[in-house]
Design a protein around this ligand. Structure first.
Ligand code: PMP
Ligand code: GLN
Length: 383
């Protein structure tokens, strides 16, 4: 293994999902739903296969999906992207992030990301031989946020880009317009590119709305906007994502993407185009149901003795394990199958400086009510 990857072993998701299978535990670790996406959309994928749509699609993706993405950005956010030249279909958001960082960062460039961050960011930055500069999100009035002064102080002449994930995994924070304005102003002042990971764009709660950074004044031209069908339509295994950006940025990302995977799988693309055009009510119902599941799990975890932080979006709640007498989330999650028959994710692995997140553990609530209830019953054994 090359030295720039020496700190990267098996991802925590693979480790913890394998542990769940080995021990027969309830898996509230890796974020994937245990129910299927909209039936008509699943049918479309099967129809696409039956109709012989099984060969390479065009490099930038099936035109119909690029059109559907473009229409969706326009209708939902008032953002206009040309399906030809400003939209690129990728193998999930993961490839989109990797290709963006590889395409836009020189070795030695600095990329700012809010810590804790989704684990692929650090690996993508390392592959580019760039340097990830973390800015820590800390709880304040019940939600994780950043200090604008710390963000400003993280910028140097080598800073090239900022990775912005909102709704944010693993904290569940949805950045406010004020927070996004701070980011946007700094991007413009220092001529930075923003790479936005918006895979949970539809999954927000309590009337909180997701605001894409690209909708702020002066930001469309410097933002690589990324999303994916996985979370929106409960098809995480379809690995179908997209990038929207001005032509020069999309061309750069596509130049890298074409040699990573050439193109993304064909049958899902027609089905996701159908989903974006016909299943947004299904998605709204999914978000409402996830809000109930969030409340259900929060209540249960609180009763089990955790301190629970309320997320405004995503699949995840963050807990502080100290009230239960534990101090290290990695140690606890490795023992949790034995202690309680449940698997969760130690949040510290999403930090550049793990000590800052040592006492947090992430639980996923994108599960059937009875699964959440059984997990809570088991977790009550901890206290
Ligand atoms: N970004 C974040 C913040 C995520 O939580 C995930 C997991 N869905 C991804 C990217 C990866 O998305 P995909 O499966 O589309 O590659
Ligand atoms: N996004 C999901 C999570 O954060 C799954 C990620 C993965 O399996 N790589 O749990």
């Amino acid at each position: 293994l090359v030295s720039r990857m020496r700190f990267f072993g098996t991802t925590i998701f693979a480790e913890m999902s394998a542990l769940a299978v080995q021990t027969g535990s309830i898996n509230l670790g890796q974020g994937f739903p245990d129910t299927d996406g909209p039936a008509a959309m699943l049918d479309r994928a099967m129809q696409a296969i039956a109709a012989g749509g099984n060969q390479y699609p065009p490099g930038p993706g099936v035109l119909e999906l690029r059109q559907a993405v473009s229409e969706h950005r326009a209708a939902r956010y008032g953002l206009s992207y040309d399906p030809v030249g400003e939209v690129l279909i990728t193998v999930g958001a993961t490839e989109a992030v990797a290709a963006s960082v590889l395409a836009l960062c020189e070795p030695g460039d600095e990329v700012i990301a809010f810590e804790p961050f989704y684990d692929s960011y650090a690996a993508s930055v390392a592959l580019a031989q760039a340097r990830l500069v973390p800015v820590t999100l800390r709880p304040s009035q019940g939600r994780f946020t950043f200090d604008p002064g710390e963000l400003r102080a993280a910028i140097t002449p080598r800073t090239r880009a900022i990775l912005v994930n909102s709704p944010h995994n693993p904290t569940g924070t949805v950045f406010t317009r004020a927070e996004l304005t701070t980011i946007a102003e700094l991007c413009q002042e220092h001529d930075l590119i923003a790479v936005t990971d918006e895979v949970y764009e539809h999954l927000t709660f309590d009337g909180v709305e997701h605001i894409p950074l690209a909708t702020l004044p002066g930001m469309r031209e410097r933002t690589v906007m990324i999303s994916s069908a996985g979370k929106t339509f409960s098809v995480t295994g379809w690995k179908t994502g997209w990038v929207c950006a001005p032509p020069a940025l999309v061309t750069a990302v596509q130049t890298v993407k074409q040699f990573l995977t050439y193109t993304a799988s064909a049958p899902w693309q027609l089905a996701v185009a159908y989903g974006l055009r016909h299943e947004l009510e299904w998605v709204a119902a999914l978000a409402a149901s996830l809000q109930d599941k969030r409340d259900r799990l929060m209540e249960g975890l609180t009763a089990a003795g955790f301190e629970v932080l309320r997320p405004s979006g995503t699949y995840f709640v963050q807990t502080d394990i100290r009230p239960l007498g534990f101090s290290d989330g990695l140690d606890l999650t490795r023992r949790l199958p034995d202690l309680a028959g449940v698997v969760a994710i130690p949040t510290q692995v999403f930090y550049e400086r793990p000590e800052r997140g040592r006492h947090y553990v992430r639980f996923a609530f994108c599960k059937k009510d009875e699964v959440i209830d059984e997990a809570v019953t088991r977790l009550k054994r901890l206290s």
